[in-house]
Design a protein around this ligand. Structure first.
Ligand SMILES: [Zn+2]
Length: 292
């Protein structure tokens, strides 16, 4: 595994390298990490854009900022760490880096689910990618808990901040519930399917990721009981969406990445976000349901 550190002087570079070596060997004592390169570039957005072959990757999102990413590049796995990560303390940094290691060891990470049935491809892709995020969040917290024994003040503060910023999408209706409902009502009137699907997918992708992130933290931090009760009142947390989380919990207990049997649950999950896709006679259609 190659380490490419672009920030700091020689002494700082050595400290960063040593820390990464300690974390990889700690992780490798239980798992088999197969990554080609870890980069700490000066320009995070530019480096990620180049590796992903896009021009517009932005670490700053609506409610939070990404500080690391795992990328498949020419059949190799790269992890890119933001320089901002080195403003944080070592416990928080450990959580972020271990989170990326869990993405990297998922055998279905960046697997190509495309088939000639777009509905099946869409659902299968979502089923696996949401699990990938859930398991990375949950397992990295548990990994840190096991090795750190005690969390420091900044780690605890960061965990609460992470939880609050992701769960906001579920609790504040103005962020996604109203936007999804607006799209659902508009499609009835204007029938502009292309615009509808483009916007629906954008909102769904962001909000569903926040959803599994929220439950990943909740399931790793059992002392968050009070926060759990609050989440249950969200319009997006219902039988349909919780069914998928229960399935993910079972898969973690079984230490299994094989999710194909959960197909009906991802269909229900998306229904919980107001949409159901149907593939019939070589054509995809969809039904929409306002979120109430
Ligand atoms: Zn992640």
């Amino acid at each position: 595994m190659e380490l490419k550190i672009e920030i700091g002087n020689d002494r700082v570079k050595k400290i960063i390298e040593d820390e990464l070596k300690v974390l990889t060997s700690l992780f490798n004592s239980n798992h088999k990490l197969n990554i080609s390169k870890i980069l700490v570039p000066r320009e995070f957005d530019v480096t990620v854009s180049n590796l992903k072959n896009t021009s517009d990757y932005k670490a700053v999102r609506e409610h939070h900022t990404a500080s690391a990413i795992t990328i498949k590049f020419n059949d190799e796995i790269y992890i890119v760490l933001s320089p901002l990560l080195y403003i944080n303390n070592s416990q928080c940094r450990m959580n972020t880096i271990i989170h990326e290691f869990y993405h990297a060891i998922n055998p279905y990470f960046s697997y190509n689910f495309n088939t000639d049935n777009p509905t099946k491809s869409r659902y299968t892709h979502n089923l696996f990618s949401l699990f990938d995020e859930y398991q990375s969040v949950r397992k990295s917290y548990l990994f840190c808990k096991k090795y750190l024994k005690e969390f420091d003040y900044q780690f605890k503060r960061d965990t609460i901040y992470n939880f609050d910023s992701h769960s906001k999408s579920l609790l504040d209706d103005s962020l996604y519930v109203h936007r999804l409902n607006k799209l659902i009502y508009e499609i009835h009137d204007n029938r502009d399917v292309i615009t509808f699907l483009k916007n629906y997918h954008k909102y769904f992708a962001e909000c569903a990721l926040d959803f599994v992130y929220t439950f990943g933290i909740l399931d790793a931090c059992i002392h968050f009981n009070k926060k759990y009760e609050r989440i249950l009142i969200s319009k997006l947390v219902n039988e349909n969406t919780l069914g998928l989380i229960d399935f993910y919990r079972r898969k973690i207990e079984q230490e299994s990445f094989d999710l194909f049997e959960g197909f009906d649950l991802i269909v229900n999950f998306m229904r919980g976000f107001g949409i159901e896709f149907i593939y019939k006679n070589n054509q995809e259609t969809f039904n929409v349901y306002p979120l109430i």
